[in-house]
Each structure stands twice: as structure tokens, then as C-alpha cells.
Design a binder for this molecule. Structure first.
Ligand SMILES: [Zn+2]
Length: 140
């Protein structure tokens, strides 16, 4: 299932003629394939303890939890949704302004939509002119 996350959590480049799987959050890269980079993303960039919902654990005869994969997949899908929303903000406003907005908790375009100039100037690094530009771009 890891391939569906290409362009969301990792990019594939080439290194000495081999596909190189690069994490989009940090400098991690591997030649060992999509599963390896996704394992890295799960380990390093996703707080499972926080995302886990309390639930009844279903176990098989060996006592192994059978629901964990489904739960992980659901968690990954949620994380992919967040990553897509973040990349929308970066795509619309560029790396610099996009990062400021995301750092301020505005990780999706729909969270920026209801804001006014007065709201935006409260964000560190965003002045009146930039706030107006952001709102103008939101309207386009
Ligand atoms: Zn990483």
C-alpha cells in the first residue's frame, strides 16, 4: 500500500541509476523501496500514541492483534489527508508564507478562508501588506 503515498510522504528520485526514495519531511533517503521510506515516516513523523483511538483489540488464536493493520492504515490515511492539506497551503502561498501559516496552525486552505486582515497580522512575520495579499490570493 506504500506506493499510494508517493508525492505525499516521499518523492522518488534517481541515485546512480537506481530509484531513491526520499522523505518529504526530512533528509532521510533509501534505495530499499517505498515500504522502507513509509516505515521511516511512521516511526519518525507520526505520533501513534496521540493518534490512536481507544478500541477493543481483536486477537487471533496466536494472540496477535488482527486489527492493528487496519488501524494503522486509517491513521496513515488521516495523516495523508493532513499532508495534502499542508501541501495545498504551500502550493498556494509558496514555501515561506505557507510555512508561516502552517506554523500558526493554519494547515489547510479552509482554515484560512474565514480569516480577516486583523487575524492574519497576529501571525509572526505577516504584516498588513502580506495579509492583504494572502486574502486576495484566497479570493482568486
Ligand atoms: Zn523523514
Amino acid at each position: 500500500m506504500s506506493e499510494q503515498f508517493e508525492g505525499i510522504f516521499y518523492r522518488v528520485g534517481m541515485w546512480r541509476g537506481m530509484p531513491n526514495y526520499k522523505c518529504m519531511e526530512c533528509n532521510f533517503a533509501t534505495l530499499d523501496g517505498a515500504d522502507k521510506v513509509i516505515a521511516h515516516v511512521r516511526r519518525r513523523h507520526f505520533n501513534w500514541a496521540e493518534k490512536r483511538q481507544p478500541m477493543i483489540v481483536v486477537a487471533n488464536k496466536r494472540g496477535q492483534e488482527v486489527a492493528s493493520q487496519e488501524r494503522e492504515d486509517a491513521g496513515m490515511a488521516a495523516m495523508a489527508g493532513e499532508a495534502i492539506a499542508r501541501s495545498e497551503v504551500i502550493g498556494k502561498f509558496g514555501e515561506d508564507v505557507g510555512a508561516m501559516l502552517i506554523d500558526a496552525g493554519l494547515s489547510s486552505l479552509s482554515s484560512i478562508k474565514p480569516l480577516t486582515t486583523d487575524d492574519l497580522v497576529k501571525i509572526e512575520g505577516i504584516g498588513k501588506a502580506r495579509a492583504r495579499k494572502i486574502l486576495r490570493e484566497m479570493g482568486e
